[in-house]
Design a protein around this ligand. Structure first.
Ligand SMILES: Cc1ncc(COP(=O)(O)O)c(C=O)c1O
Length: 284
C-alpha cells in the first residue's frame, strides 16, 4: 500500500484525510513541487526546496518545515515506498479555516507529500520526438510561483491531447513563454533560446541544469524569448521538466520541426543530462 505524509504522520494513502475546509480544496490556495527520485535518492533536492520556499514567499505562506526536516521526511517517504525510481509530490496549503478570500490568522498550513511511480519517457519519444501545438498563454501573471491552481494548465494540456499532441507551447504577446507543464527551448543557428526567468515562466529545476550543461558543452544559450515566427522556423524545439527530462519536439502545429527528427544539439544535451544523472554525486 502506498504511504503518504500528512502533517507529521506517515499513513496508508487511503487513511490520509484532509478537511473540506482546507483552503487548498476550497480556493486552490497552495503551492507544490514535483521531485524525481533515482536509485532511492531525490534528484536536485536543494533546488526544489529553494523553489518551494520562493513559491511560499510568493503567496505569503509560512514554510511548515526547515529544509533539513523536509529532507528527513522525504528520505523516509522514499524508503517507505520501496526506494528505487519514484516521483515525489509535495504540497503546502494555507490550512483549514472558514471559507473567506482573506487570509486566516493563526492557522497552521497543511503539509502533504506522496510518492508515485516515476514513469520513464517512452523510448520512441526520445527516438522520434513528440508533437506540440501552440496555444495562447491563458495563465495568470505569476507563473514563477508553482501554485496548485492548475486549471488553465489542465485546459491547455487537454486541448493539446485532443489535437493529437503531447504538449501545448504557450504564446503570450507574440512570444513563447513555456509549455503547459514544462519549460521550452528553440535552437536557431546553433544557439539555444529559452525564455528568461521572470513572472511569465516557472524557474524550472531542469531548465537550470540545461543551462549548466550547455555551458559545459560550450553550446551558446541565451535566456531570451523567441517570437512565434522564430519558433515556427526553429531548427530544433525541446521541452524540459523533472519527470520528462529534456525531450525533442519534432512536430509543431502539424508541421515538421527542422528535418522532423530530434536534432544534434538536443542529442548532445540529452547525452550530458544522462551522464549528469549518473555522475551527480561527483558534481556535489
Ligand atoms: C508550467 C511548468 N513549467 C516548467 C516546468 C518544469 O519545471 P521542473 O524542471 O522544475 O520540473 C513545469 C513542471 O512541471 C511546469 O509545470
Amino acid at each position: 500500500m502506498q504511504e503518504v505524509y500528512l502533517n507529521g504522520d506517515f499513513l496508508p494513502a487511503d487513511q490520509a484525510k484532509v478537511s473540506v475546509f482546507d483552503r487548498g480544496f476550497l480556493l486552490g490556495d497552495g503551492v507544490y513541487e514535483v521531485i524525481p527520485v533515482y536509485g532511492g535518492r531525490s534528484f536536485q533536492l536543494l533546488g526544489h526546496l529553494e523553489r518551494l520556499q520562493a513559491s511560499l514567499d510568493g503567496v505569503r505562506m509560512n514554510n511548515p518545515m526547515t529544509n533539513v526536516q523536509w529532507q528527513t521526511m522525504i528520505e523516509q517517504l522514499v524508503e517507505r515506498n520501496g526506494g528505487g525510481e519514484q516521483s515525489l509530490y509535495l504540497q503546502v496549503t494555507r490550512g483549514v479555516a472558514p471559507r473567506d478570500h482573506v487570509f486566516p490568522q493563526g492557522v497552521e498550513s497543511t503539509a502533504f507529500a506522496m510518492s508515485s511511480p516515476l514513469i520513464p519517457v517512452e523510448y520512441k519519444y526520445k527516438k522520434q520526438g513528440i508533437a506540440a501545438i501552440t496555444l495562447p498563454d491563458i495563465r495568470w501573471q505569476n507563473c514563477n510561483i508553482k501554485a496548485i491552481t492548475l486549471l488553465p494548465n489542465s485546459l491547455l494540456k487537454q486541448q493539446a491531447l485532443e489535437a493529437g499532441a503531447q504538449e501545448a507551447l504557450l504564446i503570450r504577446d507574440g512570444y513563447l513563454t513555456e509549455g503547459a507543464a514544462s519549460n521550452a527551448y528553440a535552437v536557431i543557428d546553433g544557439t539555444i533560446y529559452t525564455a528568461p526567468k521572470d513572472e511569465k515562466v516557472l524557474p524550472g529545476i531542469t531548465r537550470e541544469l540545461v543551462i549548466t550543461l550547455a555551458a559545459k558543452a560550450k553550446i551558446p544559450l541565451v535566456e531570451q524569448a523567441v517570437s512565434l515566427n522564430e519558433l515556427k522556423n526553429a531548427d530544433e524545439i525541446w521541452l524540459s521538466s523533472s519527470t520528462k527530462e529534456v525531450l525533442p519536439i519534432t512536430t509543431l502545429d502539424g508541421a515538421e520541426v527542422g528535418n522532423g527528427l530530434p536534432g544534434p544539439i538536443w542529442q548532445q544535451i540529452d547525452a550530458h543530462y544522462q551522464q549528469y544523472k549518473k555522475d551527480v554525486d561527483a558534481w556535489q
